[in-house]
Write a protein that binds this ligand. Structure first.
Ligand code: NAD
Length: 339
């Protein structure tokens, strides 16, 4: 039977990345019944909102979605559609694996880390206001026992299911004593229930330095929302950049798969950006759908094309203006052929 999946192309480079990914996923032989739904800046005019309720209803009904990136205006304008989807559907866990691949020049070989980011609260609670317009503003950072318990438990369960040896809690409890103090205490409480997995903690600034210098010492890292956002971009930089960094958002029974990167709007409709991050997000989705063999085939095909280094986009070439770089669709063609 075909898997019914909500497909959100997004905006900016999203639609071209989703087209490329869809072709690769379909080439595995797994059958999909795509329920295509529009969201983002482009639908504002038609629906009066960048996130029509029917998009959320579709994800609720199908329980799985593949999503392209969606632009959020900076400083003013509508709130992030990406954050709104995660919050409305209580997709509390954002999983962002970062792994080196042969063929991508990096500072450290054999990096294999996973960022587990809390997705529903922290500074992304969106509670902020002007105190004195143009003079002072404040933002409220929420940390709760409930959200911390479930995200730390998610990190340990992920570690257990995937033969990971260590979980690190990342925080700023030395300064944010109430919020991150609570996060850290709860993390230690949950860790006691998993005696077979090593547990430690790092202050977020030190964590960034350690990741740049000694990334192989780390494995699964769990952290509040904003730290997860920042540290996962750092981790993607360690393994070749945003073009190769996949992601997944999980709730109790829903899941939305999307790359770590944003809409890269300056490259829209240029057939230029790397489809790997979205394709590997698709592989995470195949895994979630129980299509493990197909997931592994997609990962191997991507790895083979990147290792060969011929049919890859500009960001994976030694120089960014390398004339031998191929476009988004051509890289997807090569991956499809490798399947
Ligand atoms: P971005 O991730 O879109 O792009 C930053 C840079 O990373 C690009 O200029 C490019 O050099 C590189 N990059 C990104 N994706 C790439 C790819 N597939 N291949 C090769 N290189 C790639 O970040 P930004 O410019 O800060 O944000 C643009 C918009 O995206 C903003 O509106 C932001 O809010 C939004 N955003 C959306 C999501 C999401 O949809 N989940 C995530 C992050 C940012």
């Amino acid at each position: 039977m075909a898997h019914r999946v909500t497909l959100i192309p997004g905006d900016g480079t999203g639609p071209e990345l989703i087209t490329a990914t869809r072709r690769v996923l379909e080439a595995t032989g797994v059958a999909f019944d795509w329920d295509i739904r529009e969201a983002g800046a482009d639908v504002m005019e038609r629906y009066g909102t960048p996130l029509p309720e029917e998009v959320l209803d579709s994800i609720r009904a199908n329980k799985v979605a593949l999503k392209g990136p969606i632009t959020t205006p900076v400083g003013t304008g509508f709130r992030s559609v990406n954050v709104a989807i995660r919050k409305a559907l209580d997709l509390y866990a954002n999983l962002r694996p970062a792994r080196t691949m042969q063929g991508i020049p990096v500072c450290h070989e054999n990096v294999d880390v996973v960022i587990v980011r809390e997705n529903t609260e922290g500074l992304y609670a969106g509670i902020e206001h002007d105190v004195i317009p143009n003079e002072a503003a404040e933002s409220i950072r929420i940390i709760t026992r409930r959200a911390t318990e479930r995200i730390v438990r998610f990190a340990f369960e992920y570690a257990k299911a995937n033969d990971r040896r260590q979980v690190t809690a990342v925080h700023k409890a030395n300064i944010l004593k109430a919020t991150d103090g609570l996060f850290l205490r709860v993390a230690y409480e949950v860790a006691e229930q998993y005696p077979d997995i090593e547990f430690n903690d790092r202050i977020v600034d030190n964590m960034c330095m350690q990741l740049v210098q000694r990334p192989r010492e780390y494995d699964v890292m769990v952290m509040p929302n904003l730290f997860g956002d920042i540290v996962s971009d750092l981790a993607s930089g360690l393994v070749g950049g945003l073009g190769v960094a996949p992601g997944a958002n999980y709730g109790a029974d829903l899941a939305v798969f999307e790359p770590v990167h944003g809409s890269a709007p300056k490259y829209t409709s240029q057939n230029k950006v790397n489809p790997t991050a979205t394709i590997l997000s698709g592989a995470l989705m195949l895994h979630h759908l129980g299509e493990r063999q197909a997931a592994m085939r997609v990962q191997s095909a991507v790895a083979a094309i990147i290792a060969q280094g011929r049919y890859v986009t500009y960001d994976l070439k030694p120089s960014r203006d390398d004339p031998s770089a191929v476009g988004t669709q051509e890289m997807a063609d090569a991956i499809t052929a490798a399947l």
